[in-house]
Design a protein around this ligand. Structure first.
Ligand code: AMP
Length: 278
């Protein structure tokens, strides 16, 4: 497994990788959710590249950039054991050298939900993903359904800018109690960790209503909200959304495929999750 930190070395190394090449972008602190993306990429491509980069431009000034978990040695050992061919792990200065002055702005899709709660977040995501795709030039790139809005933003980015990359979505990997795996789960106290599965239970409750034939999005939102509200350790619920799965616009009646999503805070840890309908 080759580990590279510079853009130029990475671009020339991937040129000699047998194609197709699959890319798995990550911020490190790898868990089974990330590894599901790597395994899928390994299955579908001749070569696999992963990137490890905690992207400063997608964090707000009050967010956890400084404390975000980092463990490069462990991450590299995991990626090597999964048969990854190349890891691109640049420094912030390599990605954003002095004079860097271009942003990729996702527009309306990036303003809603997570975009409203985290202004500028998806501009940071879209900019770094564009850059990663330009440096590595994969045929396919793998993203988790766990970050459902990110996936929708990246699909739109790929379409709008004709990036010519197949965007592959991988289902959310969960712990046995339903909590979606996330690097940020490491911040939870044991008590908060015990309470956290309420997030998935609330989403599942909405999906169950839909399974039973309910098509009024407001009823689903209210049911999920009530369950979240009943958990005293959940200090803040940013949103409970039932949105069109492609555009992420809030729905009135649920007519096509939808995404039920929520963001809530346990102490200072903000967790997001979603389930798909149809
Ligand atoms: P991150 O390191 O958090 O930026 O995540 C890197 C990639 O892994 C993103 O495409 C995430 O959506 C994906 N991912 C993170 N957690 C999970 C999970 N529990 N299941 C599936 N994919 C995940």
């Amino acid at each position: 497994m080759i580990v590279l930190t510079s853009n130029n070395d990475t671009t020339s190394s991937v040129r000699s990788c047998p194609r197709p090449l699959g890319l798995v972008p990550t911020m490190g602190a790898l868990h089974e959710g990330h590894l599901a993306l790597v395994r899928r990429a390994r299955k579908e491509n001749t070569s696999v590249a992963a990137s490890i980069f905690v992207n400063p431009t997608q964090f707000g000034p009050e967010e956890d950039l400084a404390t975000y978990p980092r463990d490069m040695d462990r991450d590299l050992a995991l990626l090597e054991s999964e048969g990854v061919d190349l890891v691109y792990a640049p420094t912030p200065e390599e990605v954003y050298p002095p004079g860097f002055d271009t942003r990729v702005d996702p527009g309306g899709m990036g303003q809603r939900l997570e975009g409203a709660a985290r202004p500028g977040h998806f501009r940071g995501v879209a900019t770094v993903v564009t850059k990663l795709l330009s440096v590595i030039k994969p045929e396919r790139a793998y993203f988790g359904q766990k970050d459902g809005q990110q996936l929708a933003v990246i699909r739109q980015l790929e379409r709008d800018l004709n990036l010519g990359v197949e965007i592959v979505a991988v289902p959310t990997v969960r712990d046995s109690d339903g909590l979606a795996l996330s690097s940020r789960n490491a911040y939870l106290t044991p008590e908060q960790r015990r309470a956290a599965p309420v997030i998935y239970r609330a989403l599942t409750q909405a999906r169950q209503l839909w399974d039973e034939g309910e098509r009024d999005a407001a009823v689903l939102r209210a049911a999920a909200h009530a369950l979240l509200k009943a958990e005293p350790l959940l200090e803040e619920i940013d949103y409970v959304s039932v949105a069109d799965a492609d555009t992420l616009e809030e729905m009135g009646r649920i007519e096509g495929p939808a995404m039920v999503s929520t963001a809530a805070r346990l102490g200072s840890t903000r967790l997001i999750d979603n389930v798909l309908l149809g």
